[in-house]
Ligand binder design. Structure first.
Ligand SMILES: NC(=O)c1ccc[n+]([C@@H]2O[C@H](COP(=O)([O-])OP(=O)(O)OC[C@H]3O[C@@H](n4cnc5c(N)ncnc54)[C@H](OP(=O)(O)O)[C@@H]3O)[C@@H](O)[C@H]2O)c1
Length: 259
């Protein structure tokens, strides 16, 4: 199965399927990793207000010399700032030193009563041109259905934990039926990279177990955002377009799930 390098979100915004995760990267380490990733070809960076590294992301993007419009930047609104959503986005834009983010997510579901008003704040930011696309993270399908039915607008994305060891075909299908792109986080941390099953498939393709995991995401149409602060791994994690898992290998990796 061949895989395109970008997926088009509802509303027509193109998102690179592999992005650099930046959780727990801060200061000089964050800046260096992001600069390295941009030089290596990454065009999608995942940050969040909570990560405290938006200014490093902004500086790395600026210093890369790449046109701003070539780089997809995601940031996230902490649930506890739901009542101060616009103020929080303004702070993100200032730290990132950009006029608009490409994707703004609600980082975690808020209390039930605040879900719809918070989603409306994200839709308003999109309407005002401050975010090109908006979505959610760590939402259940019921929560997605609730905000969608109340506003008539589905989130472009739901960013959730996903790995061969922790995935559900039903959950994936429920997102796809609704046109919500599933974005998987902690793909490597939640995988046993020493698994003999992954090792055998990796050997057959002359790649690493991490690359098998990431390729498995892509072939399931899942956007993936591995984090690394290590130059070789940053390169390795983007280098997943030169091989293809067979249907049998996909089923074998599917069956590693323990949920
Ligand atoms: N929305 C949310 O609630 C949420 C929650 C968690 C994460 N996220 C996002 O998802 C991103 C990814 O998740 P994550 O950071 O939790 O975990 P991850 O990307 O699955 O794993 C990162 C760990 O794997 C190591 N690693 C990276 N590439 C490797 C490779 N090729 N081979 C072996 N080990 C490798 C990294 O080490 P080195 O850095 O030392 O190379 C690091 O220890 C985050 O950075 C963040 O942007 C979102």
């Amino acid at each position: 199965m061949s895989v395109t390098t970008t997926v088009t979100l509802a509303g027509g915004v193109d998102l690179p399927r592999v992005g650099l995760g930046t959780w727990q990267l801060s200061g000089r380490r964050a800046y260096d990793a992001i600069r390295y990733a941009l030089d290596a070809g990454y065009r999608h960076i995942d940050t969040a207000t909570m990560y405290g590294n938006e200014s490093e992301v902004g500086r790395a993007v600026r210093d890369s010399g790449l046109p701003r419009e070539d780089i997809f930047i995601t940031t996230k609104l902490p649930a506890e700032r739901a009542r101060r959503a616009r103020e929080t986005l303004d702070a993100s834009l200032r730290a990132l030193d950009v006029a608009t983010v490409d994707l703004w997510l609600i980082h975690w579901p808020t209390a039930a009563g605040a879900l719809v008003p918070t989603w409306e704040a994200l839709l308003a930011a999109r309407a005002d041109g401050l975010a090109r696309a908006v979505g959610v993270s760590n939402f259940s399908i019921d929560q997605i259905d609730r905000i969608t039915s109340e506003t008539g607008q589905a989130p472009a994305i739901n960013q959730v934990p996903w790995s061969p060891f922790e995935h559900s075909a039903t959950q994936l299908a429920e997102h796809q039926e609704r046109g919500v792109v599933l974005e998987g986080y902690s793909p490597l941390k939640r995988s046993d990279l020493r698994s003999p099953v992954l090792a055998a498939i990796a050997k057959a393709h002359d790649v690493t177990p991490a690359q098998v995991v990431l390729r498995w995401h892509l072939q399931h149409d899942i956007v993936v955002i591995p984090k690394s602060a290590t130059a070789e791994r940053i390169e390795e994690n983007l280098n997943v377009y030169g091989f293809e898992l067979t249907d049998d290998e996909m089923s074998t990796v599917d069956s590693l799930s323990h949920i």
